[in-house]
Design a protein around this ligand. Structure first.
Ligand code: IPE
Ligand code: IPE
Ligand code: MG
Length: 237
């Protein structure tokens, strides 16, 4: 089942890439093998999102809670992040505007430099916005935003009564972007796990039974078709 042309154009999607560990376990492989396969799928799905002309896609790659995993696994994921995105991403060829969501200050300095560089160099690109959430947590993002607003009040630049929903959206990592239309979670789990808490307020939730390393372009087509059947009311009738 291929998606009809234009069916996904302009959509904003969030993807919680989950199930790498279970994929590896099923095959008797170390968990890092699942992350490697997951990174390959990530690279292919980015390109498919570009072909579909999505407005934006946000990939959840590493959460603020994922540090609680064994150091070996965390190091493996960080190495893959470097190999697949920071080092190998061909921003000269792709037309994505790349934005990294999350607290990058604790990542390796060489990654931080490259992340800043990629954001800088892709700033003027007009294709799909590619958000990559690394050391990202929705609560951490909100706490950071609240501190920014509090500082502005303290500095006399902002009055408390001027703080509205737009002001909050404006201090998040996704400032200036549209909220996601739907959030997709493969692996059969039915939770947000601290992903885009503010931005997801009216997002449709689409969960799928496939594990992320098995996820294909056809699966994304299916998720979009599922989203297209939903009736969004935003509290109205
Ligand atoms: C998602 O896969 C990748 C990250 C959270 C970094 P998991 O590693 O969570 O895989 P499962 O959920 O254990 O199968
Ligand atoms: C969410 O997956 C985080 C990412 C996909 C990066 P987790 O596997 O960490 O979430 P939980 O622990 O199942 O809620
Ligand atoms: Mg998981």
């Amino acid at each position: 089942m291929a998606l009809e042309p234009g069916r996904a154009k302009g959509l904003s999607i969030g993807i919680i890439m989950d199930g790498n560990g279970r994929w590896a376990k099923k095959r008797g492989l170390p968990r890092t093998a699942g992350h490697t396969k997951g990174a390959e799928v990530f690279r292919d799905i980015i390109r498919y999102c570009n072909e579909l002309e999505l407005a934006s896609v946000t990939f959840y790659a590493f959460s603020t809670e994922n540090w609680s995993r064994p150091a070996e696994e965390v190091n493996g994921i960080m190495k893959l992040f470097g190999e697949y995105l920071v080092m190998a991403y061909d921003y000269q060829k792709e037309n994505n505007r790349v934005v990294f969501l999350g607290d990058r200050s604790v990542l390796l300095p060489k990654y931080q430099e490259q992340m800043n560089d990629i954001e800088q160099k892709t700033r003027g690109n007009t294709g799909t916005i590619l958000n990559v959430a690394v050391n990202y947590g929705g609560r951490q993002e909100l706490v950071r935003g609240i501190r920014i607003l509090a500082q502005r009040v303290l500095d006399g630049q902002l009055r408390p009564e001027e703080i509205d929903a737009d002001a909050v959206s404006g201090v998040l990592y996704t400032a200036g972007q549209r909220d996601p239309d739907f959030i997709l979670r493969p692996s059969g789990e039915h939770r947000l796990s601290n992903f885009m808490l503010w931005q997801a307020s009216y997002a449709e939730f689409v969960d799928m039974d496939v594990l992320w390393p098995d996820f294909t372009r056809d699966d994304l087509d299916r998720a979009i078709e599922e989203y297209n059947t939903r009736s969004r009311r935003f509290g109205g009738l």
